[in-house]
Design a protein around this ligand. Sequence first.
Ligand code: GLY
Length: 605
Amino acid sequence: MLHSTPTLVRHWLLVVALLFPLAVVAESGLPYTPPEIAPEVGSGYHAKSGSTYQQFAVAAANPLATDAGYQMLAAGGSAVDAAIAVQMVLTLVEPQSSGIGGGAFLLHYDGQAVSAYDGRETAPQAVDGTLFLDAEGEPLAFLDAAASGLSVGVPGTVRMLELAHRDHGRLPWADLFTPAIQLAEQGFPVSHRLHTSLAAEQRLRDDPLAQAFYYDSDGAALAVGYMLKNPALAAILSAIATDGSAALHTGVIAEDLVSRVRSHHSRPGRMTLDDLAAYQAQTRDPLCTDWRAYRICGFPPPSSGHLTLMQILGMLDQLELPEPALENQLPRVAWLHAFLEAARLAFADRAQYIADPDFVSAPADDWASLLAPDYLALRAQLIGSTSMGSGAAAPGNPGTISEVWGLQATQPEYGTSHISIVDADGHAVAMTTTIEAAFGARILADGGTGLPGGYLLNNELTDFSFRPQTAEGLAIANRVEPGKRPRSSMSPTLVFDRDSGALVASLGSPGGAAIIHYVARTLIALFDWGLDAQQALELPHAITLGGTVFVEQGGFPEATLSALSELGHEVQERELTSGLQAIQRTADGWLGGADPRREGVVMGQ
Ligand code: GLY
């Protein structure tokens, strides 16, 4: 069973270390021993038990990635060191979700303060608001836009990690690449999730490099357990290990990236070498909001995550809800109704106001105006005993606005991967990382090596509004503009005790716009309902972006679905594949939980 893997791995590593102390010593000097982890078998839901650790813990979306982070922490590395090792292995083993061709947000706690590292992709200089419009001025179909050169944003993950490492790294930069390079050279077993994602994917097959690398001559996806080597990625990571982010943003690897974007077979993009060279990661002021006995710190715009999820929590606090909220270990209908109505209102504000803060002003020149208790009290008054209905929630008026924006229509958003880490000093990382949709722009780049494999380019620009303005001619805050970062839903979150200031949790999730519901509900489950980090992740999901309510397939009894329908919600069951990771302080140590819907595991000491 997967849930017993971390203990087995630790024992196995110990045995190897004792028997073969010099068994594997990487060129950089860091001993790295790939673990014997079988890929996850079966599909769907895999029960996991949380694990408690005294010194440090790391949770990530794939056992090999978690193990790489574990080995960095065990070697005395910091949380940022571990995050870098995890991200590089994820580029290899979970290429569909995140990687060096994408962007990320990293929230860091250094024992005193929280800092927010922004590695969000930017739009190339040569684009404008018509990027995703066809010849008739109508938005392209999502997949036509996504699987193209048009959607590729200038990647930011490596530059962001380099910046965070400069500030908080302890191990040498190059050593952090050892696990990924070694696994790429020697091969890793294709996981069940990678196999099923490849098998279900059609557009990736149109990319000649990806087709040759991930599929056989009959078009079958690589089998579960197939030992996949990625020599192109090994060479690219070796270059970044030696020369830093400059190896990706300038020189041959950059030339290859730009040429693949610009020569896309159906819709070439407009990225230039100058765009790549000019990319800069940023540090931003995190948003920290008091809630109950806690201070919840999250990412500011261009992410909509913290603002939207804290609006939901803030509105719920204004309502008198029946106690207890759970019945038979599931949220009761009254709580679900209130949560969904609060989400409708919060998503209306998000659609109106939230975009890259370097391009749009916050209402009342302060993003916190969206979280002001008086404002949320007014908004909560709109929540009645029956649903306001699909599409009925309108944005509110949190304060003086310098420009009147039009409302962005709901668009598909996908993807991502989440990493939570607490190191031996009690410093922490919550990092959500993405190439947007599964397999991003469906362009594999080999860095000009001519070797098999490579890394995938993001389609993050589809997180912009496809329409630059509304039918009435109002500009949309999140429209495409040169150099701008698209609005995100990523919600890396660190939680502190308000009295003592102690860190109490690091959490986050993939899942497109639903990240916001997943993280909001997990905070409530942990800190209001008193569930532990594993139990909280196991609760079934219910989400709405303002229209249909989607409830997790098989998660709720029929009576709950009927009751929600009677309250006026349009309800549909569907898979809601969150990938939550959470590490929580308990009386016994750091309790880590990993989402049973994906392959993630927690390890620690
Ligand atoms: N592309 C997912 C996000 O940034 O929210």
